[in-house]
Design a protein around this ligand. Sequence first.
Ligand SMILES: Nc1ncnc2c1ncn2[C@@H]1O[C@H](COP(=O)(O)OP(=O)(O)OP(=O)(O)O)[C@@H](O)[C@H]1O
Ligand SMILES: [Mg+2]
Length: 91
Amino acid sequence: MNPENVVFEIQDHGPGIAPLDIDKIFDKFSRNGSKDNGALKGSGLGLSIVKSIAERHHGKVWAVSTLGKGSTFFLQVPITQIARTEKEIAS
Ligand SMILES: Nc1ncnc2c1ncn2[C@@H]1O[C@H](COP(=O)(O)OP(=O)(O)OP(=O)(O)O)[C@@H](O)[C@H]1O
Ligand SMILES: [Mg+2]
């Protein structure tokens, strides 16, 4: 483990996400993570908000998944936050 970061790991046993879709699920209004979830309601914003918050903390998010088995989402953020200017905070 990198001592400069904390990594949260969240695992589910849901429908999984196809390899072609996995890079798109963090984009705004992306709702095509799995062919099986057409009936599920959602705005397509949740993961893009998570990504935005992670990046504003100089961190990152990613997922690994197997179709039909489930997904694991990772959220990594630095333990020590870098001082930011007022301008950066406002952007
Ligand atoms: N745990 C998961 N397992 C399988 N597919 C997922 C999972 N989480 C997200 N996805 C796929 O990625 C898409 C984008 O997810 P995201 O959380 O951004 O939006 P949403 O769940 O559709 O809506 P909401 O804004 O209400 O969270 C989902 O619509 C779904 O297709
Ligand atoms: Mg969601």
